[in-house]
Ligand binder design. Structure first.
Ligand SMILES: *[C@@H]1O[C@H](CO)[C@@H](O)[C@H](O)[C@H]1NC(C)=O
Ligand SMILES: *[C@@H]1O[C@H](CO)[C@@H](O)[C@H](O)[C@H]1NC(C)=O
Ligand SMILES: *[C@@H]1O[C@H](CO)[C@@H](O)[C@H](O)[C@H]1NC(C)=O
Ligand SMILES: *[C@@H]1O[C@H](CO)[C@@H](O)[C@H](O)[C@H]1NC(C)=O
Length: 602
């Protein structure tokens, strides 16, 4: 079928494929229990000139969600332990009291939901035997060990991100049991375990989940000293490179059967024409805007991402295993199985990614009223002719007044993008969108990352007609602008934490997950954007059209929230909790390990 589709190029063929794709995704969405779909956009019909804007209600709902979340804060150790048991169905791990004390000493907000990602990541590992987990962990040469409360780094060659993660762990070593953490040092993710296997593992965990009576509970983790001396059979993780069909074919096995990504071989595009598979977002959105960010960014429900994101088009490097093994990394796709750590580049005090720890930008009123973006045309190998699917290239073209004016005259098609239906966003086809862009954006590539790649030459013969090379800009200079769109590169964007902590407003589009996802609320702390970028004009028109106060409010709410939950201390607290859990799962006595002092005292 795949091969057949690539040869399709007639208009009727494409319309028919679109229809099939539409029916399949609609069926899936209707059958899926968790869908959150307000139906086809009726926005232009329903909203008159004085009616509230859809973004107003998205903000209102999000503010209520945040209030609900804050009400779950734990106020003392007993409360935290109770909330843990209620949410996780186990006793907290040994060391929980010390962890709680550590968090409190850092003045941390303790909300159990903030740690959900840890359990999403670790739960399947309960299905493997502890001894087997320790064997698998040894197979990766880049590891951090803890022995006798001392962190030790093992690496095949000097690796900068290893140094940073080692620093994070070594500052926690006094509270940590013995453990072996294999680290992924690549930008790209490494594990995609088939959905069926993960589901089986999750079921196994659920069936075996117990809360033994306090008298049976042990509080001492095992020592790995003896284990270190044991001869174990080496494990081969079976990392492979993509075959035909690229990374998409490798990745979609991690999606549920019946999901659009598993069901459809669509869309395949003719790279001589602009990608056209945009209807899916319109259906998932709330009147054209992201309402459920974790759903909207999931490639399992967005099969069109295979031609709209460099990760699937042609990543720079892929080395993927379909077998579950412990592996820690800084970001992943929803279908990947890595264990997330706070990214090394957030922990490292690197001005290139943070703009400087002390640098957050001046007061809102003094900022230039524009959206700014600068960076390299990364995202994978954007070769001729399929660069037209790459996300950064799409965003740059969609922010370019000249390119957009041309597209308006060409039935909404640019060389590498399609314009949204303006009526859905209350936009007019009278030159006002290009004017908005000309007046309110300052975006450009500082390097076109041509293939073949020449570092000293930022230009590129096949991209030159569409993109100028703009001078670079330091991150702290970007904070002089009100709006900060943030886009994926080869994987997640390392600037995001700096953007969140700045006095400017991040507009975030990504398909990657990070450690902090459950602690940042879209529309309260940042503005979510879709990776099709269909919503960007509506977003800019909303804020620039008389809602400067709302933009300022979100920018500053994000900053002050970030100062509560994205601090370096918060990365430590998250990592500390994660490693207690991880060490328990790798412990021969794991079913009996727990913190129960609160129950004994009662
Ligand atoms: C840890 O301590 C034990 C005994 O207390 C000792 O035998 C072992 O060599 C130590 N291991 C390391 C890595 O220091
Ligand atoms: C958002 O989508 C996720 C699936 O990705 C689902 O689990 C969750 O319940 C949805 N949230 C809401 C508020 O509907
Ligand atoms: C993109 O182009 C490269 C080189 O021509 C090719 O190897 C790759 O398969 C293409 N990707 C897609 C999705 O067609
Ligand atoms: C904007 O688009 C036009 C037409 O595609 C192109 O010539 C120009 O270089 C682009 N400008 C920038 C800053 O990339």
């Amino acid at each position: 079928m795949l091969r057949l589709l690539t040869t399709f190029s007639s208009r009727t063929g494409r319309v028919a494929l679109l229809a099939i794709f539409f029916i399949l995704s609609l069926t899936w969405m209707l059958l899926s229990p968790s869908h959150d779909n307000p139906g086809l956009p009726t926005y232009s019909a329903r909203y008159g000139h004085n009616s509230p804007h859809p973004i107003d209600s998205l903000i209102q709902t999000a503010e209520n969600d945040l209030q609900d979340l804050l009400e779950t804060e734990a106020h003392d150790l007993q409360d935290a332990a109770d909330k843990y048991r209620a949410r996780r169905g186990r006793h907290p791990p040994p060391g929980f009291a010390e962890w709680y004390k550590f968090a409190k000493s850092k003045d941390s907000l303790i909300v159990e939901e903030f740690f959900d990602q840890i359990y999403t990541d670790l739960t399947p590992y309960w299905a493997l035997e502890p001894k087997e987990l320790r064997r698998l962990a040894r197979s990766i040469p880049t590891r951090i060990l803890v022995r006798n409360k001392t962190a030790i780094m093992k690496t095949d060659e000097p690796r900068s991100w290893m140094d940073s993660w080692y620093d994070l762990v070594s500052k926690l070593e006094d509270g940590l049991p013995d453990l072996d953490m294999p680290i992924n040092v690549m930008d790209e993710t490494r594990l995609v375990v088939p959905w069926e296997t993960i589901t089986e593992y999750m079921q196994k965990e659920k069936v075996n989940r117990v809360m033994p009576s306090p008298s049976h509970v042990k509080s001492e983790y095992m020592s790995l000293n003896d284990w270190d001396g044991e001869d174990v059979e080496p494990y081969n993780p079976g990392f492979t490179v993509p075959g035909e069909g690229g990374y998409w074919e490798m990745a979609r096995v991690g999606c549920p059967p019946g999901s659009p990504a598993r069901n459809t071989n669509l869309p395949m595009v003719d790279f001589n024409e602009p990608p056209w598979e945009y209807g899916n977002f319109e259906r998932l959105s709330y009147h054209g805007y992201v309402s459920n960010f974790s759903l909207a960014k999931d490639p399992c429900v967005r099969p069109e991402m295979q031609v709209l994101h460099g990760t699937f088009l042609e990543p720079v490097s892929v080395s993927t295993s379909h077998n579950l093994m412990p592996l820690f990394g800084g970001s992943k796709l929803p279908m990947n199985n890595e264990i997330l750590l706070p990214p090394a580049m957030y922990w490292a005090q690197n001005d290139h990614y943070s703009g400087g720890e002390q640098e957050h930008g001046g007061p809102w009123e003094s900022k230039t009223n524009k959206a700014v973006w600068r960076g390299a045309a990364t995202g994978g190998r954007a070769r001729e002719p399929n660069w037209t699917g790459f996300q950064r290239h799409r965003f740059m073209a969609m922010m370019n007044a000249t390119a957009v004016a041309q597209a308006e005259k060409n039935q909404g098609h640019g060389i590498n993008f399609r314009l949204p239906n303006y009526a859905d966003y209350k936009l007019k086809d009278d030159g006002s969108v290009p004017q908005l862009l000309a007046d309110h954006t300052d975006t450009g590539f500082n390097h076109l990352v041509c293939h073949p790649y020449i570092e000293s030459d930022p230009r590129c013969p096949y991209l030159d007609p569409y993109f100028e090379v703009a001078p670079g800009m330091a991150m702290k200079t970007m904070y002089d602008f009100k709006y900060l769109p943030d886009l994926d590169g080869n994987s997640f964007s390392g600037r995001y934490r700096g953007f969140m902590l700045s006095t400017s407003l991040p507009i975030k589009a990504t398909i990657y997950n990070e450690w902090h996802d459950s602690r940042l609320i879209p529309w309260v702390h940042f503005v979510p954007m879709d990776t099709t970028y269909l919503d960007i004009y509506g977003i800019l028109a909303y804020f620039l059209g008389g809602r400067d106060d709302t933009a300022r409010k979100i920018a500053l709410a994000g900053k002050s929230w970030g100062e509560k939950v994205l601090r370096r201390e918060d990365m430590q607290i998250y990592t500390y909790r994660l490693l207690l859990e991880y060490a328990r799962i790798c412990d021969d006595q794991r079913e009996f390990l727990g913190y129960v002092d609160d129950l004994k005292a009662a």
